[in-house]
Design a binder for this molecule. Structure first.
Ligand code: SF4
Length: 146
């Protein structure tokens, strides 16, 4: 039996539900609005975030009914890995799917979220609610997230 942690020894598709859920670092970068370039297919991230995100805690305030309230909300599932190109480059699911390791600040490595918060890997303090930016102006808020 392998002594390596599950994220190094298992494929995403082999993980248990708790293992899968624990990969999410709670950065909330996937809750910002994204714009896809129609010509190149490139996905651009903005600093405009879903109105239902608690920006301090990086938690969805309507988690149970989010798909009803926001039909475009991505709910990543092991069988939907083709959606990963929408995720930020630091997203654990995307990193593992691309054959990379978890970043050193990831809560599964450090044991808590302190280091990821200290190194600025959450959206807290960097976003503005969609309540305050018209959709036609989102392109003025394109930012690199890393
Ligand atoms: S971007 Fe990935 S790691 Fe960050 S909150 Fe979304 S699913 Fe979790």
């Amino acid at each position: 039996m392998s002594n390596r942690p599950f994220w190094e020894s298992k494929k995403l598709s082999e993980m248990t539900r708790p293992e899968w859920e624990s990969l999410c670092d709670g950065c909330a970068k996937c809750c910002v609005h994204k714009l896809e370039d129609e010509d190149t297919g490139l996905v651009h991230y903005t600093s405009v975030v879903c109105r239902y995100l608690d920006q301090e805690k990086c938690k969805c305030t309507v988690y149970a009914e989010r798909r009803k309230l926001v039909p475009t909300c991505l709910q990543l599932q092991p069988e939907e890995l083709d959606q990963l190109h929408w995720m930020p480059s630091t997203c654990a699911y995307r990193l593992l799917h691309e054959g990379k390791g978890l970043p050193i600040w990831h809560p599964l490595i450090t044991g808590n979220r302190k280091e990821m918060i200290r190194t600025g890997h959450t959206v807290t303090g960097k976003v503005i609610s969609e309540d305050f930016v018209h959709e036609e102006d989102w392109q003025d808020h394109i930012v690199p997230w890393s």
